[in-house]
Design a protein around this ligand. Structure first.
Ligand code: SF4
Length: 376
């Protein structure tokens, strides 16, 4: 029995501890201007047989890790077992790590598994839960267009088979921005998809891409995105900040002056306007990504909204040099939150970096752009 199984390139930060199982390769759309992830890669569906083989391999691999652990007298999977697998049995490493962390969640890759026939997806979910007992959550990415093409009944079937959460790239609620960015989805399809997922009782995460309206349309982007989210009321609204990656078509457009990318402060004004207009009671805001300047803007709506807005205002009220230092420290990975500005050790390191950039004639903006371009 082979013990290796296929995994794709990305997963949401909230699935960092999930076991990754690939059902499709790459993205069936692959045209969004801002997205570099699968550019140049061909989309394909893995056959049911291939996926089943991977599930059997995972089950066999888990048994092998558990046997290894028992032979060494451990009652559970320990860090030592994870290290041993990493050194001498790489195929078992992701499973050892998953077991070590509690073996709760599984994330199905790649970009849009709801483009698969419902019956196939249902069979995969059932087999997964049958062969790997104890799974607490199974989640996947999906495009709104694929979700809108399913009936609520189909989504209920998938929920009953074990699908617990769907991550959707909303990006924007504004049709002209969605159209310009070649998202291939309209505001109306986002609404239809969101309503169906909620009606089926599946947990829904919607991803908003701050900055996508450029410097010209940030207000419209914020207001129309808030309006769509207010109608859908997803369980999670996950904020992301636009990063211009050299492999994305938008980077080339920006380099040729066809897209005016907003700076950090414009993006924060946009984020504030979005929060001020969000009425999605019960939704939780999450900023869990390196490319968000203020990672700790988060909480439940409506109760935590004043604190989230206050955090943004706190940054905007800083003197210009403190704002620059924070931007630099954050993108250099030295700061996580504004409170780190008050840590003299960290501040000293950031000031040293600031001076080094000055000596080399580099601006903070240039450093930030470079750091962001690799921040997927
Ligand atoms: S953003 Fe999503 S839908 Fe668009 S190309 Fe990337 S993976 Fe595909």
């Amino acid at each position: 029995m082979p013990l290796s199984f296929e995994q794709g390139p990305i997963r949401p930060p909230s699935e960092a501890f999930s076991l990754l199982l690939r059902l499709t390769r790459n993205c069936p759309w692959n045209r969004c201007l801002f997205c570099p992830v699968y550019k140049g890669q061909k989309y394909s569906r893995r056959s049911l047989e291939e996926i089943k083989q991977d599930i059997y391999a995972i089950a066999a691999g888990m048994e092998a890790v558990q046997n290894l652990s028992q032979k060494q007298g451990f009652s559970s999977i320990t860090r030592e077992i994870v290290v041993q697998c990493g050194e001498s049995a790489p195929a078992l490493y992701p499973l050892a790590l998953w077991l070590y962390r509690g073996a709760g969640a599984v994330f199905l890759q790649d970009g849009d598994n709801l483009s698969l026939p419902t019956a196939l997806l249902g069979e995969v979910l059932l087999l997964l839960r049958q062969k790997i007992p104890g799974i607490s959550r199974i989640t996947t990415y999906a495009r709104s267009r694929s979700l809108a093409s399913k009936t609520v009944h189909e989504l209920v079937q998938l929920k009953q088979a074990g699908l617990s959460r769907i991550h959707v790239g909303l990006e924007s609620g504004c049709n002209s921005i969605l159209n310009f960015m070649k998202k291939g989805v309209t505001r109306e399809q986002h609404l239809e998809a969101g309503h169906k997922v909620k009606e089926a009782g599946i947990s829904l995460s919607e991803y908003v891409l701050l900055g996508l309206g450029g410097r010209e349309h940030w207000r419209t982007h914020a207001l129309e995105t808030a309006a769509v989210l207010n109608e859908i009321r997803p369980d999670f609204i996950r904020l992301r900040t636009l990063a211009l990656h050299p492999a994305s078509p938008l980077y080339q457009m920006w380099a040729q002056g066809q897209f005016d990318a907003p700076d950090d402060e414009t993006i924060l004004l946009e984020e504030k306007l979005l929060l001020e207009n969000l009425e999605a009671t019960g939704s939780t805001i999450v900023s869990d990504h390196f490319n968000n300047l203020l990672e700790d803007v988060g909480g439940s709506l409506p109760g935590d909204r004043p604190a989230m807005i206050a955090r943004i205002e706190q940054y905007l009220a800083l003197p210009p040099l403190r704002r620059e230092l924070f931007r630099l420290g954050r993108r250099a990975g030295l700061f996580r939150t504004l409170d780190d500005l008050d840590n003299p050790v960290l501040e000293e390191r950031v000031v040293r970096l600031y001076r080094r950039l000055e000596d080399r004639g580099l601006t903070v903006d240039a450093f930030v752009r470079q750091a962001m371009s690799g921040s997927l």
